[in-house]
Design a protein around this ligand. Structure first.
Ligand code: PGA
Length: 247
């Protein structure tokens, strides 16, 4: 059976001191973890966290990558640079990037391509807004977002991780019910099946107010292969409870 993946998304939080405290608590508490664990950290802390997680079983992740390979793109961080710090995962197309930084489906697809070319697994985020859900457009939106990535990445699509994150559930305390989430995950799985014979090995994570209380139920759904955890990943006890709920 494939191992589930619990990935923390620290967003724009942390400091050298706080990162060390958090990771030490995680390492001390996750000795018996059976799932895969990753933390997606702000770029300036990649080197620090690379050192702190070495040999612990926690994988290093980034939160974004440039769509460009190299050159005159002030402020951008390339996939090769992430790779320099042994980054294993990189979020692409998080809804906060789509919403606040105008990232389109095509840009997100190119970012996934850049990550894969550098040997980094992109965690491709898809999800509908509240308005789209209420208009009955959830399926159409997530399929459109994933289709762009499938189109650009061809047979490599089996190498990505997908994260379904309903925008209305992110940081709001409102979670999709396990059944609501499973329904969308099944749609995404079917779309992957149509694109690759390896669809069963693609991990599809759920994200959006996953916490210590709701993780076990969400993670027991057939097509939910892990979690992308924001707020709760900054609280060691909560994050460890989520890790313990995964397998
Ligand atoms: P949340 O964030 O768990 O705080 O809702 C999830 C995410 O944005 O990845």
């Amino acid at each position: 059976m494939k191992k589930q993946l619990i990935a923390g998304n620290w967003k724009m939080n942390g400091s050298s001191v706080a990162n060390e405290t958090l990771l030490k608590a995680l390492v001390a508490g996750m000795a018996s973890a059976t799932c895969q664990v990753a933390v997606c950290v702000p770029a300036p802390y990649l080197a620090q966290v690379q050192g702190l997680v070495a040999g612990t079983g926690i994988e290093l992740g980034a939160q974004d990558v440039s769509q460009h390979e190299a050159g005159a793109f002030t402020g951008e961080v390339s996939a090769a640079m992430l790779r320099d710090f042994a980054t294993r995962y990189c979020l692409v197309g998080h809804s906060e990037r789509r919403q606040y930084h105008g990232e389109t489906d095509v840009v997100v697809a190119v970012k996934a391509l850049r990550a894969l070319a550098a040997g980094i697994t992109p965690i491709v985020c898809v999800g509908e807004t509240l308005e789209e859900r209420e208009a009955g457009r959830t399926e159409e939106v997530v399929k459109r977002q994933l289709a762009a990535v499938i189109h650009a990445n061809g047979h490599c699509i089996s190498e990505i991780v997908v994260a379904y994150e309903p925008v209305w559930a992110i940081g709001t305390g409102k979670t999709a019910s396990p059944e609501e989430a499973q329904q969308v995950h099944a749609v995404l799985r079917a779309q992957l099946r149509a694109a690759t014979a390896q669809a069963e090995r693609v991990l599809i994570l759920y994200g959006g107010s996953m916490n210590a209380a709701n993780a076990a139920q969400l993670l027991s759904q057939q097509d939910i292969d892990g979690g992308l955890v924001g707020g709760a990943s900054l609280k060691p006890t909560d994050f460890l409870t989520i890790i313990a709920a995964a397998n």
